[in-house]
Design a protein around this ligand. Structure first.
Ligand SMILES: Nc1ncnc2c1ncn2[C@@H]1O[C@H](COP(=O)(O)OP(=O)(O)OP(=O)(O)O)[C@@H](O)[C@H]1O
Ligand SMILES: [Mg+2]
Length: 280
């Protein structure tokens, strides 16, 4: 039977400043994520993605509804430690996530704070460095590294806490294409090899393509939720809420509209090339 990693039951959240107002940052969201799923979460600016992310590990508590992490209610203050260590968060700016002047110390910071014994910390640091492909950087200075390396280091720091779920809030947004690739490769590998549940918030539609599931938010609500190819097929709705589709899908849709026999649901380049070759 599938294990439920995350469950949101009719969750709403208003920031204190906005309380009493109609506007809710998260508005009646219900969502269940099975363990081991790679979920991509997209939505226009201000649609509530970051608020939702913070609700997942108890950084914010719902104004109404419940958030369950492996069955534990995030509002249960006796269990907040479990929730925080189950759901690791990686944020956007790599420079704001570095703590120490040395890579090893930086990764050790999380488990040290949790009172993990010394030998276990050493094991975890080794393991985390290996998982993000940075073993040879163990004595390097974080501040001198590239953006992609810094984000991989941030991921290693989160891994050392041994979370079961990893939430990345636009963690690739400030990186160059190479850095983005590095980070995406690491995260996909963690999902495959460690069966880690991943919630990846991104505004790059191309990064959502090979997720198991794509969730689209607009104005605090979930408006689409399904396999990426099915979600991208909702081209008109996506355009209405100011979201694009991947370049290749956009091209397929345009050609289809122009009367060519091209499947508008195409999400990979090879399929598009094949379709075009067939027409020729
Ligand atoms: N600390 C805050 N206090 C008051 N309102 C806030 C706060 N943070 C966010 N909001 C409001 O809550 C709504 C959702 O914001 P949120 O940051 O969750 O959206 P987002 O989808 O992450 O946007 P972005 O793509 O810009 O990161 C927005 O209307 C925003 O203005
Ligand atoms: Mg955000």
């Amino acid at each position: 039977m599938a294990i439920s990693a995350i469950k949101l039951e009719n969750v709403s959240f208003s920031y204190p400043a906005n309380e009493g107002e109609e506007h809710k940052a998260v508005d009646g969201v219900s969502l269940e994520v099975e363990e081991g799923t790679f979920v991509a979460l997209v939505g226009h600016n201000g649609s509530g993605k970051s608020t939702l992310a913070k609700l997942l590990n108890g950084l914010l508590l719902p104004t109404s509804g419940r958030v369950l992490v492996y069955g534990v209610d995030t509002a249960d203050d006796k269990k907040i430690y479990d929730v925080r260590s189950s759901v690791g968060m990686v944020f956007q700016n790599p420079d704001n996530q570095m703590i120490a002047t040395n890579v090893e110390d930086d990764i050790a910071f999380g488990p040290e704070n949790l009172g993990v014994p010394r030998e276990e910390i050493i094991r975890r640091v080794d393991w985390a460095l290996e998982k993000v492909g940075m073993s040879e950087f163990r004595n390097a200075t974080p501040f001198k590294m590239s953006g992609g390396q810094k984000q991989r280091l941030a991921i290693a720091g989160v891994l050392a806490i041994r979370p079961r779920v990893m939430v990345l809030d636009e963690s690739t947004a400030m990186l160059d294409p190479k850095g983005r690739d590095e980070v995406m490769r690491v995260v996909k590998q963690l999902n495959k090899e460690e069966k880690m549940t991943v919630v990846h918030i991104t505004h790059y539609m191309d990064e959502a393509l090979d997720a198991d599931r794509l969730v689209v938010m607009n104005d605090g609500r979930i408006v689409l939720d399904g396999k990426p190819e099915d979600v991208f097929a909702e081209h008109e709705l996506l355009t209405k809420i100011k979201l694009g589709v991947p370049c290749v899908t956009q091209l397929a849709v345009t050609l289809n509209k122009a009367g060519m026999e091209i499947d508008p649901r195409i999400t990979d380049e090879e399929a598009l090339v094949e379709g075009l070759c067939r027409l020729l």
